[in-house]
Design a protein around this ligand. Structure first.
Ligand SMILES: [Fe+2]
Length: 293
């Protein structure tokens, strides 16, 4: 059985760091990879993952299942994911609350969904189907967006919560995406946090964003901003410590830079543990252990 992750920090594993991590073996709670990058039958990427999996717990993060699409679920994609899950026994398997395909044509973006009860029921059904085929609970991540989809009946946090409740999945709360959307769409990020059931949150993501003409853009190409670190402090205080991942996908820096970001996340998680202990908040820790199991 895949072990539960501690409420500590991991980093996204990217090809430029394979050798450095294997050689230096830095202390990290886990590594996370994009599942689709390892769907092949062989090659160096799979060989590196095999080697590093011997030393670190793993989280598989999918970007291509398009759970919000109206197309039929991609059986071939799910089969490949299932094969990867069996081979590497990840602690966590996650996907996005978004859509990216229509009539079999795939977009490169994780597009936001119209937040209606009908769409929530549709996505929840597809998450249940994916979970049934994989034989395990998955985590669903909130995505960043730049325009409001038409016809929304719910706030973003209400939509995410409804899909999670109806499907029984867990939530991967991307703190940077909450912040980016709060600026782009003008809501209080603390309202978002208050609207999410802490017991469903099983992992956090942290990443960098940049300012563009239409607002903040979730680029994953810069350090986590001071505003997102401040929001992360609020998140761990209100929801509790969970495994937290530092994502960096473009202009990938030296490994030291990523490790420093992970240490920053760990310091915040550690403070939350300490505060929880002082105020009798061990329930947070127990809730985390249950949610990650
Ligand atoms: Fe993310």
């Amino acid at each position: 059985m895949p072990g539960a992750l501690p409420a500590s920090a991991g980093i996204g594993l990217r090809a430029p760091h394979y050798a450095a991590i294997a050689e230096r073996h830095p202390p990290l709670a886990f590594l996370e990879v994009h599942s689709e990058n390892y769907f092949g039958d062989g090659g160096p990427a799979l060989a590196w993952l095999e080697r590093l999996r011997a030393d670190y717990p793993l989280s598989l993060h999918g970007v291509g299942l398009s759970l919000g699409s109206a197309d039929a679920l991609d059986a071939r994609h799910l089969e490949r994911l299932q094969r990867l899950v069996r081979r590497f026994e990840p602690a966590l398997v996650s996907e996005h609350l978004s859509w990216s395909s229509i009539d079999g044509e795939h977009a490169n973006d994780l597009l936001p969904l119209p937040r209606t009860r009908k769409v929530a029921a549709h996505v929840a059904g597809r998450v249940r189907e994916a979970q049934d085929r994989l034989g395990r609970r998955i985590l669903l991540e909130n995505v960043s967006s730049y325009l409001e989809p038409p016809g929304c009946e719910m706030q973003e946090w209400e939509f995410l919560s409804e899909v999670a409740r109806e499907s029984g999945c867990a939530i991967l709360l991307d703190v940077n995406n909450v912040y980016v959307n709060s600026v782009n769409h003008g809501f209080d990020p603390l309202r978002y946090l208050a609207g999410v059931d802490p017991a469903r949150v099983a992992q956090y993501h942290l990443a960098g964003h940049e300012r563009g003409e239409m607002g903040l853009i979730d680029t994953h190409a810069t350090p986590v901003s001071p505003e997102v670190w401040a929001l992360f402090e609020e998140v761990v205080t209100r929801i509790g410590p969970r495994p937290a991942l530092v994502e960096w996908d473009t202009d990938i820096p030296a490994l030291e830079v990523l490790l420093a970001e992970a240490r920053h996340a760990e310091a915040i998680l550690g403070r939350a543990f300490a505060q929880g202990s002082e105020s009798g908040g061990h329930a947070h820790r127990r809730s985390q252990e249950r949610s990650a199991a």
